[in-house]
Design a protein around this ligand. Sequence first.
Ligand code: HEC
Length: 127
Amino acid sequence: MANRSAFVAPIEDDDQWRVTADLIAISPTLQKTAQLERQQQQATDQARLAVLDALSEESGADPQEAKELFEFLCTQCHNLEEVEAWPPEDDEEIRELVERIVDNCLEASEYEMAQLMRHMNERYVSK
Ligand code: HEC
């Protein structure tokens, strides 16, 4: 693959890595492997969720940024109708939902998850 376009425009290491990431995203078999690797991180992810409450209160979050993050991160595997159909009704359900979605392999930093939870609270709970 790297050789193919070497003549016209050599692929930089950086680009090769990105192309590889794209391939992983579209190949079910590779996805399965990636999923297994991610499952090993799950224990850590669960632990990280424990500090999210504190974080979401502390971070001086920008509501617009939180909304964009939500729309970006939560439409990677399905559209938002999936969420609108089963909206979380309180903070407990938001936490359970995020845990479930992390099990489904959502990758997000602590800060991003805190933003997500904050946005979902504003969007579904305290509206
Ligand atoms: C890595 C893929 C992936 C991402 C990213 C993702 N989801 Fe999902 N989601 C799924 C899958 C798979 C299902 C159906 C199976 C299930 O419920 O576990 C689902 C189902 C749902 C459901 C309905 C059923 C349930 O479990 O309540 C809701 C609501 C939902 N997702 C919300 C979200 C939100 C909110 C986000 C962003 C934080 C998100 N999803 C991001 C994979 C994903």
